[in-house]
Design a protein around this ligand. Structure first.
Ligand SMILES: CC(C)(COP(=O)(O)OP(=O)(O)OC[C@H]1O[C@@H](n2cnc3c(N)ncnc32)[C@H](O)[C@@H]1OP(=O)(O)O)[C@@H](O)C(=O)NCCC(=O)NCCS
Length: 342
């Protein structure tokens, strides 16, 4: 009654549309790409039919390589989110073999759930991935995912390792900057009196770039991951939404903004303050400042997303204490992995 098969070039042309509803809108273009390429370098899509009706889909990314040592976005593959740009910025000779794939989505028709189809889709996708040279599967999901429990259990019964927290995110509309300007008036005034200021990367001249690079170059070893000029920061900075933080004329930190996966969303994944201004509020004021810029450029309703890696407890505390009152949602993202034997 059920048939499971890879969606390949032969029939995907006519079938792709029917399977689109079994994955997220932003991934649908990949589904078409899976059909164009039957080579090992393409995406993998596996469909399940109930009679003639599509009833489920598992979709995997193109193969990708583990980023070189020290890369910031180590667990995120190219092709679907902000890690994209980082991959293209990397030099090819530094790239190890492309032996990883990401499980992008797996979905079964509500009426056909709990009859083993999810497991069979994953088993079939896994076999195809293994044949194509994949040695590790990776999946990233959010604590806000509706079917979180079902998905996590499905991965567990399919032999995946338990999910590990990857990063904490917090999102709010850019209009929050205006509210905070009002709420934080006294605090912002005190900071201004101490010399707080910001400059967008767009407005920096050569001398200021040289200054910023010098500061970044002198970062202590433990803070190297925050070097905004590293090719491994994992994002492509937007000059209008990336700022340096100043104390009088000196550069004492930065916040790097980049485009998010959703329309009208902007991500601030890199925020750094030198020890001399830590705990003085420079980052909080900088975050407000950059979102005010975002509101002007992209509208008060555009989304500002702040992200921090799981290990960065200082940044997380800052987000929870200072920014959460203005947020629309927060979540944690988890990464799960499964090793495939050749
Ligand atoms: C996650 C999903 C694909 C599972 O598909 P499925 O065909 O129902 O999965 P299976 O029948 O193969 O289930 C295999 C095992 O996973 C676990 N599982 C599946 N659904 C579960 C649920 N709702 N609650 C708890 N465990 C669940 C069980 O251990 C199950 O085995 P069992 O039925 O013998 O107890 C399906 O629930 C779905 O399409 N959800 C919505 C889409 C989605 O959010 N997908 C994940 C992110 S892309």
């Amino acid at each position: 009654m059920f048939r499971i098969a890879p969606l390949t070039a032969g029939f995907l042309g006519r079938a792709a549309g029917e399977f689109e509803s079994f994955t997220y809108p932003r991934l649908r273009p990949l589904l078409a790409r899976a059909g164009q390429s039957t080579s090992a370098a393409g995406c993998i899509a596996v469909g399940v039919w109930m009679g003639e009706q599509p009833a489920g889909l598992a979709l995997y990314s193109e193969p990708w390589a583990l980023p070189p040592e020290g890369a910031a976005a180590a667990s995120l593959p190219p092709g679907i989110d902000s890690a994209d740009a980082a991959d293209s910025a990397r030099s090819p000779e530094a790239t190890p073999p492309k032996d990883r794939r990401r499980l992008l989505s797996v979905m079964v028709h509500p009426l056909a759930r709990r009859s083993g189809l999810g497991m069979r889709l994953l088993a079939s996708g896994e076999a195809l991935a293994r044949e194509s040279g994949t040695r590790r599967l990776v999946a990233v999901h959010s604590s806000r995912m509706q079917a979180r429990q079902a998905f996590e259990r499905l991965l567990a019964v399919c032999g995946w390792r338990p999910p590990q927290e990857l990063e904490f995110r917090l999102a709010g509309r850019a209009a929050w900057a205006e509210r905070a300007k009002h709420d934080w008036a006294g605090f912002l005034q005190r900071l201004a009196d101490r010399g707080f200021g910001t400059t967008s990367w767009r407005d920096m001249d050569d001398a200021e770039w040289a200054k910023a690079r010098r500061v970044a170059h002198e970062l202590p070893e433990a803070d190297r991951a925050f070097d905004p000029f590293s090719r491994n920061i994992g994002v492509t900075p937007l000059a209008d939404l990336s700022i340096v933080l100043r104390r009088e004329e000196r550069i004492v930190g930065w916040i790097v903004g980049s485009r998010g996966a959703l329309a009208d969303s902007f991500h601030y994944s890199q925020g750094y303050a030198l020890p001399e201004v830590r705990r003085l509020g420079w980052l909080a004021a900088g975050a407000r400042d950059v979102c005010e810029r975002q509101a002007k450029l992209h509208g008060a309703a555009s989304l500002s997303v702040f992200e921090t890696s799981q290990g960065n407890t200082a940044m997380r505390r800052f987000m929870e204490r200072q920014l959460e009152p203005y947020s629309e949602w927060t979540d944690s993202r988890y990464v799960s992995e499964k090793e495939l034997q050749p």
